[in-house]
Design a protein around this ligand. Structure first.
Ligand SMILES: Nc1ncnc2c1ncn2[C@@H]1O[C@H](COP(=O)(O)OP(=O)(O)O)[C@@H](O)[C@H]1O
Ligand SMILES: [Mg+2]
Length: 286
């Protein structure tokens, strides 16, 4: 008699991924690197966010989850002031990076973005060699030191070195999608950021490449503080220590995102307090 095949809705990445972060006890009193105190955020006259108050803790991974359009990316981009590129924006509130408000008038945006690095949904290597993809940022930020050594360290840190060490002068765009994303991670960590932002970094990747990036995140966390936007709740469970659940409400014809609940990932995913979070996790809306 044959045994029925086990039924499972998990992807290969989910089956083999590292132990979920939620099973481990979180350290207490971890320092706060970013204190988010957004009362409201506007694109022009459109209020995209209200009431987002949460800490980003040192060397922890914080995940932002919630339905499309609830302001996850907008909140993330507040941390390096990327929202305001090309769009008039207004912030009512403060974002304190190591205690200093990054919305103060005299903040140097090049320096800010060096300290708060970003990886996007679509891998976006520059049209230059693998080596120069990393060296470019070092030059732009006037970082001194042996280029070869820093580039190698960054590529090792992004778990890419062994795959590219013999072709550093080939175009970054010649790599596979997963490798390109790790190159973008290498480019960001070469600058030793205080915080690394990742906006749905795996959504353009296949399950195997996704697994590599998730495993890499567990390694990166030893050195870096990470904030990840993900639409994939299992991913939040696998990689993150803390989770923020956002939702969006309709007010006078406009849609405004807000933070519903924030806490340890295991609590948010398994024992959420708010009914909206419970409904979202049960797939009642999307
Ligand atoms: N550059 C922009 N200009 C105007 N509105 C924007 C801009 N970027 C995002 N929005 C709007 O802000 C809201 C939140 O978007 P976003 O932060 O991208 O949500 P999420 O990442 O949760 O899907 C949406 O209504 C979106 O259309
Ligand atoms: Mg988004």
């Amino acid at each position: 008699m044959s045994t029925p095949a086990p039924t499972s809705s998990t992807t290969p990445a989910e089956k083999t991924a590292s132990k979920p972060a939620r099973e481990k006890a979180l350290p207490q009193n971890t320092p706060v690197v970013i204190d988010t105190r957004i009362n409201a955020f506007y694109y022009g006259s459109f209020r995209a966010l209200r009431d987002v108050n949460l800490p980003i803790r040192e060397r922890q991974i914080t995940a932002f989850i919630g339905p499309s359009g609830c302001g996850k990316s907008t909140t993330l981009r507040c941390y390096n002031r990327l929202n305001e590129v090309g769009t008039p924006t207004k912030v009512d509130g403060q974002i304190l990076l190591q205690g200093r408000n990054i919305y103060d008038a005299n903040v140097d945006l090049v320096k800010l973005r060096r300290h708060v690095g970003m990886v996007f949904q679509q891998p976006n290597p520059f049209h230059m060699s693998i080596f120069d993809n990393i060296a470019f940022g070092l030059n732009l930020n006037n970082i001194v030191g042996d280029r070869k050594q820093i580039v190698e360290e960054a590529l090792r840190g992004a778990a890419l070195w062994d795959e590219v060490k013999d072709k550093l002068h080939q175009p970054g765009t010649s790599l596979s999608g997963g490798q390109q994303q790790r190159l973008c991670i290498a480019r960001a960590i070469a600058l030793k950021p205080q915080v690394l932002l990742m906006d749905e970094p795996c959504s353009a990747l296949d399950p195997i490449a996704t697994l590599k990036v998730e495993d890499l995140m567990h390694e990166l966390k030893k050195q870096f503080t990470i904030v990840i936007v993900t639409h994939n709740m299992s991913q939040a469970g696998r990689v993150s220590d803390y989770t923020a659940f956002f939702y969006v409400e309709m007010v006078s014809g406009g849609r405004t995102g807000y933070l519903v609940e924030f806490g340890e990932t295991r609590e948010i995913l398994h024992n959420p307090k708010n009914e909206l979070t419970q409904n979202y996790l049960q797939g009642k809306f999307g």
